[in-house]
Design a protein around this ligand. Structure first.
Ligand code: COA
Length: 330
């Protein structure tokens, strides 16, 4: 069973309420109909009720029985505005600004998650990554003990000898353009947790990637990864984590054996931590486009699950991401 199918099945075992702020968007209404029909989640669609109904009719999606909320007119809008004002007044927000913001579906959805009226949120079929991330970072914040929010791409590779039966977790490929050594250490710990709790990988083996393996090159960029490796060990001494190492040393047993002999991770890594966003974002796209991997991303390190879609996403991508969000909420 692929990771995508596994998450859908797992989501059904403890059904969660997931809010979809882009409720008047064609792919979103179609996905909502599937989520309800298959019992993967209880979707809540946000938007003008007439526009949502029109989008569903145009898309041929049956959204009967699905909760639709208009942030402009909802009875909760005022309550959320007051709560948002309290949360952000130290940042200079006024009560009027807060009311204006929660009438925006993205902020309304985030407030639903913050207050527990929804278990998670999925957005990004229309919004950019930054527009989706900013309210989540400002309002939901990081989970205790975690310094940064980052992302993990779950890469389902055709070559099943790689990683964990073909599954590799890549991090971070979406959020932090240039993490410090400390931030990179937190990204590594989060990625190991995602591998374990979301993907069911019993033994995450984390490789801290670089263009150098075990001091083969000397450069400040290499030093950052070496320092991050040390800090990650201090944060989680129990984790199987090693670095710095090159991509081939991380995933090819013979190369790992020759370049990093004795490493508990080299050659058999299932979690790959990239040194910055340029490497991570390019890396996942190479694996997807040339390597033929199926993939999708989740955010990690947030206190409550909120996930971003690519604007080019399919209906199927939305269903999978909602399933993953629901499993994170379990
Ligand atoms: C994540 C991102 C949206 C942050 O946007 P920003 O405008 O720089 O945000 P700011 O620095 O003003 O921070 C906003 C808040 O989020 C917090 N924050 C920012 N990045 C964070 C992170 N990675 N983890 C936790 N909190 C974070 C800040 O502390 C700040 O909190 P505060 O307002 O309570 O003080 C930005 O880093 C970004 O655009 N990343 C790249 C996303 C992208 O385009 N990816 C493309 C690949 S698909």
């Amino acid at each position: 069973m692929s990771i995508m199918q596994m998450l859908r099945e797992k989501a059904k075992t403890n059904v969660k309420t997931i809010v979809l702020p882009e409720g008047d968007e064609a792919r979103t209404v179609k996905a909502a109909a599937i989520l309800k029909a298959e019992g993967i989640a209880r979707p809540v669609l946000l938007g003008n009720t007439e526009k949502v109904a029109f989008a569903a009719k145009e898309a041929g999606a049956d959204i009967s029985g699905i909760c639709v909320v208009d942030p402009e007119t909802s009875e909760k809008t005022k309550v959320y505005a007051e709560e948002l004002y309290e949360l952000r007044k130290s940042k200079g927000i006024s009560p009027e600004d807060a009311l204006k913001l929660v009438k925006d579906s993205m902020y309304y959805g985030i407030m639903m998650v913050k207050t527990g009226d929804a278990d998670g949120l999925v957005s990004g079929a229309v919004h950019t990554t930054g527009d989706m991330l900013r309210p989540a970072l400002q309002i939901i914040k990081t989970k205790p003990g975690c310094k940064v929010v980052s992302s993990a791409f779950l890469m389902d590779c055709p070559n099943k000898s790689l990683g964990e039966n073909g599954l590799l977790v890549y991090s971070d490929c979406v959020v932090m353009p240039n993490p410090s050594a400390e931030e990179l250490a937190h990204i590594a710990v989060s990625a190991a947790e995602t591998a374990k709790t979301l993907c069911g990988i019993q033994e995450p083996r984390v490789a801290m990637l670089s263009f150098s393996t075990k001091g083969s090159a000397k450069h400040e960029l290499v030093s950052k990864v070496q320092q991050a490796t040390q800090l990650a060990h201090e944060l989680r001494p129990d984790l199987l984590l090693d670095g710095e190492m090159q991509f081939d040393a991380a995933i090819v047993p013979e190369v790992g054996q020759s370049k990093a002999k004795g490493s508990p991770v080299a050659g058999r890594a299932n979690v790959l931590v990239f040194p910055d966003l340029q490497a991570g974002n390019i890396g996942y796209k190479i694996t997807q486009r040339i390597g033929g991997a199926e993939c999708f991303a989740v955010l990690q390190g947030l206190a409550k699950p909120c996930n971003d879609l690519s604007r080019g996403c399919s209906v199927d991508d939305i269903v999978t991401t909602v399933a993953a969000t629901a499993v994170q909420a379990q």
